[in-house]
Design a binder for this molecule. Structure first.
Ligand code: KG4
Ligand code: ZN
Length: 342
């Protein structure tokens, strides 16, 4: 079964073609980083206009790269939640148009569940059940993932997302946007033990996260607490130490909580997804800690961690098989799911 996936929830316009849920035939991503860089973050209006220009060329390239024609498709899947509502609408309208034109089933996909599903791409057998962590620019969520499309929310950030913290700390350090990749690079020459930044909720049983206190601690460390009497600008080696110490604090919390979620859910497999899962220190620590705890770790290649449509087409296949097909009334929804009351 050949599924076309579409994704435009934030600042990447993506289209991909995937066979039988795991064989990626094409994976096209049009990034808008350059457009948002001068503003230090995603500007929704600019994102929507850029998606509009990019969506049809992305679909055409995804089909051409895969060597399939639109009439060869069996279904079209689209991330319709959560995200920037105007941005979501562009891929959603594109997917509805393809669905209507070629009389294909339309499958609405939760973008965060698709990030979890990225761990299954290219694998003969999906890694479920597993504990999974999605750490991206907009969300930080822990799930007990029972199947490709059944994910019970165990914990989430109460304030900033992990990727957002990377972006804001990079801005405090004047390292540019997006912050994650540049902090990852700069941290390699820094000392992760130079500054002991706070690790929120680490000592508690909670599976929730909080990163805003950490961001404020970095701000005070770099600029001092008295705005009228700011600290001297940091040297390059001090910047590297701050980046490495900040990154270590984020990684400590993400790794500990993912392992705790696996323990609590009684599963032996852990998976990660979302842009922050591309972080080299997080990948290194997960590899070490999973081995030490005799857990199987599923680390998707970094091209499937950042926003992409292969993960959308892949999970779409399983939703279709489970009969979870939408119709043309499918709407964009900016909100993430809430935890079910205990
Ligand atoms: O999943 P994603 O591509 O988009 C959202 O759904 O938000 O994640 C983007 C986020 C950004 O905050 C970016 O700074 C972060 O992922 N990111 C990283 C790395 N690469 C991207 N964070 C830490 N280390 C990285 N190597
Ligand atoms: Zn994402």
């Amino acid at each position: 079964m050949i599924v076309l996936g579409l994704e435009s929830s934030c600042d990447e316009t993506a289209a991909a073609v995937v066979r039988d849920g795991n064989e990626v035939l094409s994976n096209v991503i049009a990034s808008q980083d350059k457009l948002h860089r001068p503003y230090g973050g995603v500007v929704p209006e600019i994102a929507c206009r850029a998606h509009l220009a990019a969506v049809l060329p992305a679909v055409q390239r995804a089909l051409a790269d895969a060597g399939v024609a639109a009439r060869d498709l069996d279904a079209v899947a689209v991330a319709h939640r959560p995200g920037l509502v105007g941005a979501l609408l562009i891929a959603l309208t594109g997917a509805k148009t393809v669905s209507w034109l070629y009389d294909l089933p339309l499958i609405g996909v939760n973008h965060l569940h698709a990030h979890v599903y990225a761990a299954a791409l290219g694998r003969a057998a999906p890694p479920f059940p597993c504990a999974s962590l999605v750490a991206s620019g907009g969300h930080t969520s822990l799930y007990l993932s029972r199947s490709a499309w059944e994910h019970d929310l165990l914990g989430a950030t109460l304030d900033d997302a992990a990727g957002e913290a990377f972006d804001k700390v990079a801005s405090i350090l004047n390292l540019g946007y997006p912050g994650g990749p540049v902090i990852d690079r700069v941290a390699r020459s820094g000392n992760p033990k130079a500054i002991r930044f706070p690790r929120a909720f680490l000592q508690q049983l909670s599976l929730d996260f909080s990163f805003s206190g950490l961001k404020t601690a970095v701000l005070y460390h770099c600029r001092g607490q008295d705005e009228g009497n700011p600290r001297e600008p940091l040297s390059d080696s001090e910047i590297a130490d701050v980046a490495a110490s900040f990154q270590e604090a984020v990684v400590d919390v993400l790794v500990a909580k993912l392992l705790r979620a696996a323990h609590r859910g009684g599963v032996r497999t852990v998976a990660v997804g979302g842009g922050v899962a591309a972080n080299s220190r997080l990948r290194e620590r997960l590899t070490e800690d999973a081995r030490r705890n005799a857990l199987e770790l599923v680390l998707p290649p970094t091209k499937y961690c950042v926003d992409n449509a292969a993960m959308v087409a892949g999970i779409g296949y399983h939703l279709y098989k489970a009969g979870r097909v939408s119709d043309l009334t499918l709407d964009a929804d900016p909100k993430a799911e809430r935890r079910r009351p205990a």
